[in-house]
Design a protein around this ligand. Sequence first.
Ligand code: UDP
Length: 240
Amino acid sequence: MAQAEAKYRRVILKISGEGLSAPQGFGIGSEALIRVAGEIQQVHDAGVQVAVVIGGGNILRGKIFAEQCRISETTAHYMGMLATVINALALQETLESRGIETRVLSSIPVSSVCETFVRRRCVRHLEKGRVTILAAGTGRPHVTTDTAAALAAVEVKADALFKATQVDGVYSADPKKDPNARLFEKLSYDRVINDRLEVMDISAVDLCQRNGVPIIVFNLHRPGNMKRIIEGEKIGTVVS
Ligand code: UDP
């Protein structure tokens, strides 16, 4: 598909660490890596500029870790951000093994292994068709990579924020527990915020609302989903 035909020119893709995890639910699984890289490749091949914001929950979540170990919460959050750098490197290698040019940009300088995030540099990589992987979240503790994804979407003027999840979109209740849970096709930002629907962190949704960035919540585990979204198919839940 030529670039002009795609509904989106530039997107931010938020993938949680869970999306890369091994079958036991933690660490990095090679099958998951290959599957995710394949999904990204389809979108990239369609001519869409992709910046991936990668989470780190498969390795460490700051708040939980601080509670479990006697480590200050702030330090634990920095550890969580460093975990996202590990995921970013794994995803980079997997994408490059498929012939896709990539760059990792980290919000915390880790200059021996990747570039530091600079907005103009990020935009340049995207314009050159490089899949850009954004690591270390916002670079600041006490928030999550959801907020980093929303910030990135605003900063690089993305057409949408694609939020990959483990289910088909946003439901009225937890679909794994409630058989009557209803999948929403569309939601307003206000509804998500007021009803505290589990889409992303409220601060991330608020940022998207204030800057008019639509959020598309979709199932990462259905092959071809992302490609179908960029072709204009109604998949998952659109928050706008
Ligand atoms: N984190 C942080 N600041 C950020 C992004 C992440 O402190 O801007 C920390 C936080 O402790 C978080 C961890 O890094 O729990 C991993 O990120 P996240 O929970 O967003 O990963 P995901 O759930 O998407 O895998």
